[in-house]
Design a protein around this ligand. Structure first.
Ligand SMILES: Nc1nc2c(ncn2[C@@H]2O[C@H](COP(=O)(O)OP(=O)(O)OP(=O)(O)O)[C@@H](O)[C@H]2O)c(=O)[nH]1
Ligand SMILES: [Mg+2]
Length: 481
C-alpha cells in the first residue's frame, strides 16, 4: 500500500519501518514537493489496483452460477417445472425439441388407448367367468379391432425413443394412477418409457436432413412429413375410430365402473384427439408441458439471465437447474447434489392423496411426499438451503375434492373438517409448514405455493418471484462473505 504524505507514519514511534518511510533529513522545500507528488501518484496507482481487485471479486461473485435442485416423488411435476424454466429462458431450444416431444405425445396417446383396451379385456374376462360386467357391443369391438394397429405403433415409438442405452421400458403397475382395486392392480401392467436424460434421445428426432438449417419448429421444418414410417400416419388413419371409441358411452361407463380416471393418467391427450391426430400435427407449448416422459438419472440445464433481478444490473448470470428422477430407485442419486444448492424446489402432488406409489402399492402417495419433505427439512447438509414447496397438481386436486372424494378417508387426521377446497388445501399447507418449522436445524422461512405447473402463466409468475427472492438471498449472503 502507498503511504499518505509520509509524515503521519514517520512520526509514529511504534512503526518499525518508520526510519525507511521517514522523510530524508535536510530535505529542501522543492525536494519535499517532488516527494509528495510522487507519493500521491503512487497512492493513486495503488487505489486503482485495489478498485480492480474489488471489482474482480464482485464480478466473480456475480458470475457464480445460481443452482436450483428440483425434487419430489415420481410424477410430481419436476420435469414439467423444468420445461417452464426452458420456455422462459431458452424458448428457441425448447421449440426446436418439439419433434421429439411430438413422438412422446403420440406415445402418451397410444398408451391411453392401451389402458382402455385392457379395460375392455377385463370386462370380457369377467363376463366369461359369469360375473356381471358390462356387455361390450359387437360394433364397439369392431372399432377396437380397427384401432389395434396402435399397439404396434406403441412399440415403434418406444424403440425410436430409446435408442440403445438412452432409456428403458419398465413394466409399471397400472393401478397407482387409476384407482383400481388393489387385487386388480397387481394383475395389470403397462409399459412406461423412462429416459436417461443424459443420453441424446432427442437427437433421434431433431435431425431431418431435408432441413439442415432448422430455424423454427413452428413451420414443421423438423419433421420428415414424407417418412412412410412416421407413426403419425397410422394414428391419423385411426383418428375417426379413436374418437368414436373414446367417446362411446359404454367405454366411459366401463372406465367409471373400473374406477379408472383417465384424466389423471399422465400425458392425457384424449380430450384433444381431433388436433393431436391431425396429419400435420405440431405440438403447442402446452402440449409439450403435458407430455409425460419419466426421468432417469440427473440432468443439468443452464440458462443465462441477462438481468440481475436483485439489483436490476445487466450481468449475464448463469442459472443451473437440476432435474432428477423421482422413482424410489432414483432417490439415492439425489444426495450428491445437496451440497452447494442455492434452493430446492420440492414438489408434492397433493391430488394424489387417494393413490399409492406405482413402485410400492402399500404406500400412499401423499404420505410419501410428507415423509420426503420431512427428510429434506431435517437434513443437516441442507440446513442453510432455501426449501421451496410446490403443492402441485392443484387443478386435479380441486376437481377431485369437488367431485366428492373425501380427504379424511385417506388422511385420518383431517377428521370432521369440511371437505371443501379451501379447508383441505389450508390443512395440507399448514401440515407441510409445521414440519418445516419443527424439523429445520436452523430457522427457515416457509415458501409454499399452490401450483399447477402445466399452467405456464401462473407457474412463470411464481418462478419469476422465486428467482427474485433467491437472487436477493444470494446477494445478501455473498455480501457477507
Ligand atoms: N393436470 C396437471 N398435470 C400435471 C401437473 N404437473 C405435472 N403434470 C403432469 O404430470 C405428469 C408427470 O409430470 P413430470 O414433470 O414428468 O413428473 P416428474 O416429477 O418429472 O416425474 P419423474 O421423472 O418420474 O420423477 C406429466 O404428464 C405432467 O404434464 C399439474 O399441476 N397439473
Ligand atoms: Mg421427470
Amino acid at each position: 500500500m502507498a503511504r499518505t504524505a509520509g509524515s503521519i507514519i514517520a512520526n509514529d514511534p511504534s512503526d518499525p519501518l518508520a526510519h525507511v518511510t521517514a522523510p530524508p533529513l535536510n530535505e529542501t522545500a522543492a525536494e519535499r514537493q517532488e516527494r509528495l507528488e510522487k507519493e500521491t501518484e503512487a497512492k493513486q496507482v495503488s487505489d486503482g489496483i485495489d478498485r480492480d481487485i474489488e471489482a474482480e471479486r464482485e464480478a466473480t461473485k456475480a458470475r457464480k452460477p445460481i443452482k436450483i435442485l428440483l425434487l419430489g416423488q415420481s410424477e410430481s411435476g419436476k420435469s414439467t417445472t423444468l420445461k417452464n424454466f426452458q420456455l422462459m429462458y431458452d424458448p428457441k431450444a425448447f421449440r426446436l425439441e418439439k419433434a421429439s416431444w411430438r413422438a412422446v405425445i403420440q406415445l402418451n396417446l397410444v398408451r391411453s388407448f392401451h389402458v382402455m383396451f385392457d379395460a375392455v379385456t377385463r370386462a370380457q374376462e369377467l363376463n366369461q367367468k359369469g360375473e356381471n360386467a358390462l356387455i361390450i357391443p359387437p360394433e364397439l369391438l369392431r372399432i377396437k379391432l380397427r384401432i389395434m394397429p396402435l399397439l404396434a405403433i406403441e412399440n415403434i415409438l418406444i424403440r425410436r425413443l430409446t435408442p440403445e442405452g438412452s432409456g428403458e421400458v419398465e413394466a409399471v403397475q397400472l393401478g397407482a394412477s387409476t384407482g383400481l382395486a388393489k387385487a386388480e392392480r397387481t394383475k395389470h401392467y403397462i409399459k412406461e418409457v423412462a429416459i436417461n436424460s443424459t443420453k441424446g434421445w432427442k437427437e433421434a428426432f431433431t435431425g431431418n436432413p431435408a432441413s439442415p438449417t432448422r430455424q423454427s419448429f413452428e413451420s414443421g421444418d423438423d419433421i420428415d412429413w414424407n417418412d412412410p414410417k412416421d407413426p403419425g400416419r397410422v394414428i391419423h388413419e385411426c383418428a375417426e375410430d379413436m374418437i368414436k371409441f373414446w367417446n362411446d358411452p359404454i367405454i366411459q361407463r366401463l372406465l367409471n365402473q373400473q374406477n379408472m380416471r383417465m384424466q389423471e393418467v399422465s400425458g392425457f391427450f384424449l380430450d384433444q384427439l381431433d388436433r393431436v391426430t391431425a396429419p400435420r400435427y405440431i405440438p403447442t407449448d402446452d402440449d409439450v408441458l403435458r407430455a409425460r416422459l419419466k426421468t432417469l438419472g440427473v440432468t443439468e440445464h443452464r440458462f443465462t439471465l441477462s438481468t440481475d433481478v436483485a439489483t436490476g444490473k445487466l450481468i449475464g448470470r448463469d442459472w443451473r437447474v437440476f432435474d432428477v428422477g423421482g422413482h424410489r430407485s432414483q432417490t439415492a442419486a439425489w444426495v450428491p447434489y445437496f451440497d452447494d444448492m442455492d434452493a430446492i424446489i420440492f414438489l408434492a402432488p397433493i391430488s394424489c392423496f387417494d393413490q399409492t406409489l406405482a413402485e410400492d402399492l402399500k404406500t400412499n402417495r401423499l404420505s410419501d411426499s410428507v415423509q420426503l419433505w420431512e427428510q429434506l427439512v431435517r437434513n443437516q447438509l441442507l440446513r442453510e438451503t432455501n426449501l421451496i414447496l410446490f403443492l402441485n397438481k392443484i387443478d386435479i386436486f380441486k376437481a377431485k375434492i369437488k367431485s366428492g372424494v373425501k380427504l379424511a378417508d385417506y388422511v385420518v387426521s383431517y377428521g370432521n373438517r369440511p371437505n371443501d377446497f379451501e379447508s383441505t388445501v389450508d390443512y395440507l399447507r399448514k401440515k407441510f409448514a409445521g414440519i418445516l418449522k419443527e424439523g429445520s436445524p436452523l430457522p427457515r422461512h416457509f415458501y409454499g405455493h399452490l401450483t399447477a405447473v402445466t399452467n405456464t402463466q401462473s407457474t412463470q409468475y411464481i418462478l419469476t418471484n422465486l428467482q427474485e427472492m433467491i437472487m436477493r438471498e444470494v446477494f445478501v449472503k455473498s455480501s457477507l462473505l
